[in-house]
Structure formats: C-alpha cells, structure tokens
Design a protein around this ligand. Structure first.
Ligand code: SF4
Length: 247
C-alpha cells in the first residue's frame, strides 16, 4: 500500500492535537463535493516512501500528539492498513482513522482491536440507498453503514460523525433524517461544504449555507449527541455576502 500525501503538522484533522496526516489512495465512493479527486484513482501521483514518513514520526514523537490516516477510503487497504497503524504505533503517536463507513468489518476491527484512539466517520446522507446514490454516485449498502455506526458508538472510543451539508443536495430535511441514526454519539460535526474545486463542477457555483442556517441544523443534534460542532459557518457569509454576524 502506498502513501500518496503527507502533512507534517496539522491542527485541523484531530481537534486539540498537533497531528501529522497520511493520505491513502483510492475510494469506493464519488461524492459530488469531494475535494480529494487526486486520490480517487491516483495512478500518476507520486508516492511518499513509507520509511520517510515513519522516520519523521519517530523523530517528532515528543511533539506529535497523533497521526491521522485519511484518504480516499483507508479501509479499502484492509490488512495493509492495520500493518501501517502498527508501524506508526511503534514509531510513537496514537492513531486516528477517517472513514466513510462502507466497510464495517474493517471499522469493527479498528475499534475493537485497540488500533485507533479516535475514529471519524462521514455520514453522507440519510441512510437510504437513493439518498446515498444522489450524493456519492455509487450503490451503497446502508446496513453496512448502520453496522459501522453501531460499532463506533458502542466501542466507547473517542469518535465523531461528520455530515457535510450542501444546498440542494444535503439540507435540513436530510439532517433531520440522519439524526436518529446517530443517537448516543459522542460528537457530531456539521460541515459547510466548500464549493471550490469540488468533484462535481455544477456544485462550484453553489453558495454554502449561511451561519444561522448551519446553527439551526446543528440544533437537531441536541439530545442526540453529547457534543455538536459546526465547521465552516463563515463560508456562508463570504459566499452570500449576507452581512449576518458570525456570532
Ligand atoms: S468518501 Fe467521498 S469525500 Fe471521501 S474521499 Fe471518497 S469520494 Fe471523496
């Protein structure tokens, strides 16, 4: 398995921690708002030698609070992902994995075998095949998604579920339908989408939600998750020029 991208220090992926970020290739979905198009079929993208990454992690072990593995979809690599995690553990920091949840066998192994300290799963749409197809352009077994959600919530591990909202694609009614599926979650992150460079060119013309619209959608998760976070509120101000206070 090859590593196709590496950020030495980030405060964005793992909230409250200084982490390095490893990007793995390939994905089984094609989300219309995806910003990782270069990782979906990266035949010509140069790889970063694994030993180079591990040696950096080893050298920085006193400074790094974590290593985040993302993609693409990391669980597509199966055993090779688990081997990479073991190598990172040997080098020092705890590991967080970001997944789309479509491979519950591997999600289950990650959380039940003590391989990750934190896990983040994207929930793309209400858990119906039609809703998922509309967003991801792929057929998804929604029972697989439910199995991943259940094993993450039931694991007792630190975790978050991320929902990206996009006017005309994933909106307030969808968020209302997603909420019951996440009952008992530790953290739900509601993300405003970024029009720039997203996979579907038609979405590049869509203005993100306004701050007050984001806040209203976030309220749906009160009593569902222990914590709700909104990311990208300010994007709605910039894109629509509404003058709404950022509050
Ligand atoms: S799950 Fe969707 S957003 Fe994430 S890498 Fe795959 S296509 Fe892109």
């Amino acid at each position: 398995m090859e590593i196709k991208g590496f950020i030495q220090n980030s405060l964005l992926e793992w909230e409250g921690r200084l982490s390095c970020v490893l990007f793995l290739p390939f994905c089984n979905l094609r989300c219309r708002y995806c910003h990782a198009a270069h990782l979906l079929e990266p035949v010509e993208l140069e790889s970063i030698p694994r030993q180079q990454v591990l040696s950096y992690v080893r050298r920085q072990r006193d400074w790094l609070d974590g290593a985040v593995i993302t993609g693409g979809e990391p669980t597509l690599h199966g055993e090779a992902l688990l081997e990479l995690i073991a190598d990172i553990h040997a080098a020092g920091p705890p590991v967080m994995v970001e997944t789309n949840g479509t491979r519950p066998l591997w999600v289950g192994r990650l959380v039940s075998e003590g391989l990750v300290e934190r896990i983040a799963m994207d929930v793309k749409a209400p858990l119906s095949p039609d809703s998922y197809r509309k967003v991801t352009d792929r057929e998804v077994n929604v029972e697989d998604l439910r199995a991943s959600i259940r094993s993450i919530i039931g694991s007792g591990l630190s975790h978050e579920f991320r929902i990206t909202v996009v006017p005309g694609l994933v909106g307030p009614e969808d968020v209302e339908r997603i909420a019951p599926e996440l009952k008992g979650a530790e953290t739900v992150v509601l993300q405003n989408f970024q029009p720039d460079h997203c996979l579907d060119p038609a979405l590049r013309e869509v203005a993100p939600y306004r701050p007050e619209e984001m806040d209203a959608m976030a309220q749906v998760f009160e009593g569902v998750a222990r914590r709700v976070t909104v990311r990208g509120r300010e994007r709605g101000i910039a894109a629509r020029g509404s003058g709404v206070p950022a509050g």
